[in-house]
Design a protein around this ligand. Structure first.
Ligand SMILES: Nc1ncnc2c1ncn2[C@@H]1O[C@H](COP(=O)(O)OP(=O)(O)OP(=O)(O)O)[C@@H](O)[C@H]1O
Length: 658
C-alpha cells in the first residue's frame, strides 16, 4: 500500500515522476537527504504497478548485504546470479528467465558498485535481452552518493568485464600504447570526459591472445574506480535528481552545512574548532542501548565487541554456522509433461566458494551472552520494527528441541526454512555447549522479548539446459549458510554503518583508508550532540574526497552549456547603456571610437556621438548630461568586449541593460 505522496519533498516527488514516465534515474544527494526513503516509495510504487499488470518484476538490489536489507532487497551479485563472480559472462548469460522478466532494476548505494561489475552486468543484459542498450534496456534506478564509500576491490574486479577471464596481477598487466591500432582516438581520449581515467591504462583481455580459446575483444581502463567512469554509465542516459533537504539533520542545520564541507574534503577552521568540542561523551538519550562505536577497521570493531562481551558476567554460547555448497542435478521433465523428478546431489563441499560465505551478512561464528548488545540481520517483522539493523539486548536463552523449533519457527516466521528442516534435521548451526535442545537467544528490541531462530542465507543459481521438446534437464548450484541472524553491536565498521541512522555514536577515525570514510562516520547521527569524536587529531588528515568524484559531481550540478537556444522569439528592445559625462568632453575613447556629448546649439538639445551614431541625451545636473544609448547589434558586441575597459575609463556608467 502506498503512503500519501505529500510525505515526499519536492525533489523526491520529481524523482518519482521520472520513474513513472519510464526514465532511467540517478537519485543522489548528501547523507540524510532521504535517498533511501524516496527509494522505498519508488519500490512500493513499481511493485504495485507490476503486480497489477500481472507480468514483469522489479529487481531491488544493493552492492552489500547491509544496504540490500535496508531496502528489503538482495545483493546485486545474488540478484544477477553471478555467485562469487569468478565465472564468465557466457555462464552468467544463461539466467535467461530473470533478465527477461525484469522490468526495472534498482540499485541502492551505487557508489559501492565496482566499475567492472557494472560493466559486466550491462554487458550480460545486452546479450541476454538482445538489446544494444546497457542492461538490455531494463529501466534503471540508481541511488547513492559518490562522495560516500567507494567500491571494495572484490573478486569481480579481477576478472575481465567482457568474458570473465581471470586477470593477471597488477604488476604483470600490459597496457596498450597510444599508437595501438585497437585503441581508437576516441577511446584513448575518453579519459578527458570520463572524470579522471588514466589514458595510459587501457587494457585488453588476456584471453585475446590465447589462440586455443575464443578470443575476447573487450577493452577497458583499469584506473576506473567508480561506476560513473565506465563506458556504460553515459549510455544509460540517466536523469539525475539531487536531493537537498537535510531530513536526518533537520534540527541541526549548522551541522549539516559543516558536513557538506567535509563531504567535499574541506575542513574549515570553524568546523575544526567545532569538531574539537565533540570530544566528550555523547548526550544521553532515551534508549537503553550503549552508543555504537564506529571504527574504520574490522580489528578495532572485533576488539571493542570482545572487550564489552568479556565485561558481562555469566557464560556465553558460541554459534557456529552451517555452510553448504553443493551441485545438484534436478528436475528431469518427462516428455508427456506429467511429472517432475527430484534430482540427486552430485557433489557437496563445505569449503567451495569461500568468497561467497565471506561476503554474507551473518558471521561464521558468533558469541552471545545475556546482556549483549546485538543487531538483527534479517527482516523479521516490518510492522513491529524487527527489521535488519534493529538493535536490542539479549535477555535470555531458551533451550528448544528440534520438533519444538519447527513448530515455533513456523508460527514466528514466514520462511522457506521449513523445507530444509523437513528434509533433514542435520542442517543446523552448532553450539559449543551441547545440551538438551538448541539454545534460542531471546532479544529485547524495545518492544518486549522476541525469540530469534536460525535462518538460511542462500544463494542459488541455476544452469538450465534445454534438450528436445518438453524434455529438459537442469542442474543447480546451491550455496547457503544457516546461522542465528545476530551480530554483536557495540561496534561496527563505518562500511557497515553506511545507509544507517544511529541514535548515538562514538567515532574512531583511526587510519582511514578510503575517501568518504570520515564523512560517512560523521553523518550517521541526527544531531551533532549525539556524536562523540574519539581521536580528534585524525580529523585534519582523515577528511578527504576523491578528485574524480569532485569533477563528476561538479559536472552534475553545473552541466556544461552545450547549446544556447532562443527560448522565445520576441521583439525586445535593443540594449541600453546609460552614461553620464561633461558636455563637450569625450567620456569614452577606444581607438578611433569616442563618445562625446555635444551641444546642438540650434535646437537647444544635447547630443552624443558614438562611432558615427547620433542620439539624444538629457541634462541631469547643470554642466553634466546623462546619455541613454540604444545600441545596435554591432555596437553591443563592441561594448560587451570592452565593457571592463569602459568601466575603468568612465566611472560614471550608471547601468548596462540587456
Ligand atoms: N520526506 C521525508 N519526510 C520525513 N522524513 C524523511 C523524509 N526523507 C527522509 N526522511 C528521514 O531522514 C532520515 C534519513 O533518510 P535516508 O536514510 O533515506 O537518507 P539517505 O540520503 O539515504 O542517507 P545516506 O546517504 O546516509 O544513506 C531517515 O530517518 C528518514 O526517515
Amino acid at each position: 500500500m502506498l503512503r500519501p505522496r505529500n510525505k515526499l519533498d519536492e525533489a523526491q516527488r520529481r524523482a518519482l515522476e521520472h520513474v513513472k514516465q519510464g526514465h532511467n534515474v540517478f537519485l543522489t544527494g548528501e547523507a540524510g537527504t532521504g535517498k533511501s526513503y524516496a527509494l522505498r516509495y519508488i519500490i512500493r510504487y513499481l511493485k504495485y504497478k507490476y503486480w497489477k499488470e500481472g507480468s514483469g518484476s522489479v529487481g531491488v538490489t544493493a552492492p552489500t548485504g547491509v544496504a540490500a536489507h535496508n531496502i528489503a532487497g538482495r545483493t546485486l551479485h545474488s540478484w544477477a546470479g553471478i555467485g562469487p563472480g569468478d565465472g564468465t559472462i557466457d555462464e552468467y548469460s544463461k539466467r535467461l528467465g530473470l533478465w527477461r522478466e525484469t522490468k526495472v532494476l534498482i540499485v541502492d548505494e551505487i557508489s559501492m558498485v565496482h566499475p567492472a561489475l557494472f560493466d559486466m552486468l550491462a554487458e550480460i543484459g545486452r546479450r541476454v535481452r538482445k538489446d544494444p542498450r546497457p542492461f538490455g534496456g531494463i529501466q534503471l534506478i540508481f541511488c547513492g552518493d559518490f562522495y560516500q564509500l567507494p567500491p571494495i576491490d572484490n573478486q569481480v574486479a579481477r576478472n575481465c568485464p567482457g568474458c570473465g577471464q581471470r586477470l593477471v596481477t597488477e604488476g604483470h598487466r600490459r597496457y596498450l600504447s597510444p599508437s595501438n591500432p585497437h585503441l581508437t582516438d576516441i577511446l584513448y581520449k575518453r579519459h578527458m570526459y570520463s572524470y579522471g581515467l588514466d589514458p595510459t591504462r587501457w587494457l585488453r583481455c588476456a584471453n585475446h591472445l590465447d589462440w586455443r580459446r575464443a578470443t575476447c575483444d573487450f577493452l577497458w581502463n583499469d584506473s576506473a574506480k567508480y561506476a560513473f567512469q565506465t563506458t556504460s554509465w553515459p549510455q544509460c542516459k540517466l536523469k539525475a535528481v539531487s536531493l537537498k533537504i537535510p531530513h536526518r539533520h533537520e534540527g541541526d542545520e549548522g551541522w549539516f552545512h559543516m558536513l557538506s564541507e567535509i563531504r567535499r574534503g574541506i575542513v574549515s577552521p570553524t568546523t575544526l574548532e567545532y569538531l574539537k568540542t565533540l570530544d566528550r561523551a555523547p548526550a544521553a538519550n532515551n534508549s537503553s542501548l550503549d552508543p555504537v562505536l564506529l571504527h574504520t577497521r574490522r580489528e578495532g570493531v572485533a576488539f571493542e565487541n570482545t572487550r564489552k562481551l568479556a565485561q558481562l558476567p555469566g557464560s556465553s554460547y558460541n554459534y557456529f554456522a552451517m555452510d553448504v555448497a553443493r551441485h545438484i542435478k534436478i528436475l528431469c521433465y518427462q516428455g508427456d509433461g506429467s511429472s517432475w523428478e527430484e534430482g540427486k546431489v552430485v557433489t557437496t563441499s563445505d569449503t567451495k566458494s569461500r568468497g561467497f560465505f565471506d561476503g554474507l551478512q551473518t558471521a561464521s561464528q558468533v558469541q552471545l551472552k545475556v546482556g549483549a548488545q546485538v543487531m538483527l540481520l534479517w527482516n523479521l517483522n516490518q510492522r513491529r520494527g524487527l527489521v535488519n539493523g534493529a538493535k536490542g539486548k539479549i535477555v535470555g536463552f531458551r533451550r528448544c528441541q528440534y520438533v519444538q523449533y519447527r513448530k515455533e519457527s513456523k508460527a514466528a516466521h514466514d520462511t522457506d526454512m521449513q523445507l530444509y528442516f523437513e528434509r533433514s534435521a542435520k542442517y543446523f548451526p552448532s553450539v559449543d555447549e551441547p545440551g538438551d535442545g538448541f539454545p534460542i537467544p531471546i532479544v529485547d528490541f524495545g518492544k518486549g522479548p522476541v525469540p530469534i531462530f536460525p535462518y538460511r542465507e542462500a544463494q542459488v543459481f541455476e544452469n538450465v539446459k534445454y534438450l528436445s521438446g518438453l524434455r529438459r534437464f537442469a542442474s543447480r548450484n546451491e550455496m547457503f549458510r544457516i546461522q542465528v541472524p545476530l551480530v554483536l553491536a557495540w561496534a561496527f565498521t563505518i562500511h557497515k554503518a553506511q545507509g544507517q541512522t544511529l541514535d548515538s555514536a562514538k567515532l574512531n577515525l583511526d587510519r582511514p583508508f578510503v575517501p568518504g570514510q570520515a564523512y560517512v562516520g560523521l553523518s550517521r547521527t541526527r544531531v551533532s550532540q549525539n556524536l562523540q569524536i574519539l581521536n580528534y587529531d585524525s580529523i585534519p588528515h582523515g577528511v578527504f574526497a576523491a578528485d574524480e568524484v569532485f569533477k563528476f559531481s561538479n559536472r552534475l550540478e553545473n552541466p556544461p552549456v552545450s547549446k544556447i537556444s532562443v527560448l522565445r522569439r520576441r521583439r525586445r528592445p535593443r540594449p541600453l547603456l546609460a552614461l553620464r559625462g561633461v558636455r563637450g568632453r569625450s567620456i569614452w575613447r577606444y581607438g578611433q571610437t569616442s563618445l562625446k556629448i555635444i551641444q546642438n546649439s540650434r535646437r537647444g538639445l544635447f547630443r552624443w556621438r558614438l562611432a558615427g551614431g547620433i542620439g539624444r541625451c538629457r541634462t541631469v545636473t547643470p554642466g553634466r548630461s546623462q546619455v541613454l544609448v540604444r545600441l545596435t547589434a554591432g555596437m553591443t558586441k563592441l561594448l560587451s568586449n570592452r565593457l571592463d575597459g569602459l568601466k575603468t575609463l568612465v566611472p560614471s556608467i550608471l547601468r548596462y541593460f540587456f
